[in-house]
Ligand binder design. Sequence first.
Ligand SMILES: [Zn+2]
Length: 337
Amino acid sequence: MSWSLSRMSRYVFQSKYLQQLKENDELCADVFEKSCYLMFAKDRPLLGASSNVASESAVLWTPFSETIPYCQDLKNTSVLLTIDESTEDTPLFACRIDDPSKADEIGDKFNANFTDMRMAIFTLPEEQCNIISRAFTLLNWNQKTNFCSNCASPLRRNVSGTLRACTKPCDPRKANIYPPTFPVAITRVTDQKDEKVLLVRQPQYPRGMYTCISGFMEAGETLEDSVRREIAEEAGIVIENVKYFQSQSWPLPQNSLMLGCTAVAMPGSEKLDIDKHELEMARWFSKAEVKAALERIKENPGLLIRNSTENLIVPPSGAVAHQLLQNWISNYSPSHL
Ligand SMILES: [Zn+2]
């Protein structure tokens, strides 16, 4: 991917402008009326039809004048998300509607729907997933973060909703509080011959679904340490050759960053010893099995809700686990399948 000079300069301009809006309360207070808004009914973002692909959904942005009837106190409750790339300088905010019982009325008016977060993440393009993740996280963080963890005084939010500050003279190093991110490593573990992949299942997963092994990083760990520990704990095997693949913002239940990795089971360490408190099952799967599962979920994402067979399914394409598995299959010569 390479960007044109004008796109690069626009990106730099927008990044700097966004930073100013985050840091300068007066500047931010001045832009509300020229901004656009993504409304949420409780935790459900408002999605309409995509203007590019009719069958796809997209985040629905509403101007100030059409948002304020449903969110009276926008200036004290909305959160700054980003700058609209297409208009150069329209700031984009998220807000919660004051009365969730008006969700259907608003949906009808805008020909849109307040949509379950998990469903939205799995169906929106990546860039829009990140927008709704940021919105969900900032709205919830502002609502739940009310007191200073250093001195227990009330906190005050900045205008953009991106930081909260202690209202008492407090330890200056701890007075500003930002929303935390919780890193989770998710790893595609393959065998030495690169013929099998380790997938796991938890009891609450949809019928037939398996995915890559994952776990929260702990204090003081590197990414490599975390991957090695989690796989030893849960599957009883030792891995080597940890490599970073790609990441994904994951807002549920709270602002995680999924760090997709790959690793290889050490020679002689492929016999599983499963932690039954964490996992219902863990198994090695062949490339043919994974290829079929990827195709199955692409053809019918509804299998996540209702899978009438025991056929293997894997997370849909919006999930980093899917990308890890797709990459494994794509690098493989189809003639061997
Ligand atoms: Zn304090």
